[in-house]
Design a protein around this ligand. Sequence first.
Ligand code: MN
Length: 231
Amino acid sequence: MGSDVHLSVTHLAHTNEIQMRDGRLYPVHRIYCVGRNFAAHAREMGGRPDRELPFFFSKPADAANQSSKIPYPPATVELHHEVELVVAIGQKGIDIPVSKALDHIYAYAVGVDLTRRDIQRQAKKLGRPWDMAKGFDYSAPVSKLVPAAEVGDASHLEIGIIVNGQQRQHSNTNQMIWNLAEIISALSRLVTLQAGDLIFTGTPEGVGSLVKGDEVVAEVAKLPKLSFRVV
Ligand code: MN
């Protein structure tokens, strides 16, 4: 019975590699995302930012991509953009103290946490998981990665997104409720962080819908732009 099943597992075992600015490749192990890390965005989503500890969700590793064309996903009529600073972890860590957390950052990128907002809204209402709202194909576009040493201090960088030439989101990483070190420390108390883990660190206010044909440019100061078209 079982011997009648022939799976070609060699075609399943692969690593999703993304490019660094210098041409090297970074193998993506896992993708974690922080929810509601900018007060004004938390309020626009109906939350109360001053009362919430950081919380996390994840996307499949192969959602990370550097494609110039992002397919509009199925099963939604409300695809939202969330521009975020992305941290790429370079070394294993568990229970990382805040004082040591920045040492675990290997590189930075600009990312967009694409979200099926309609599915997320229903999931929240019904107390269901967010996976299908957040973790679909192509749901984590990222720019080329830049080594942390070349970026330096990332605690006060302008962050924004422009759609068809119009600014949609614009803020600064100094507006994060939980800073990068606190995020890494908190996450490392939930899972063992590993080299290859990407962390999307939360979006500022101004999230909104994307439709087919939209030209998207996501920016964080000191980092390469992330540009794609929704097709
Ligand atoms: Mn997000």
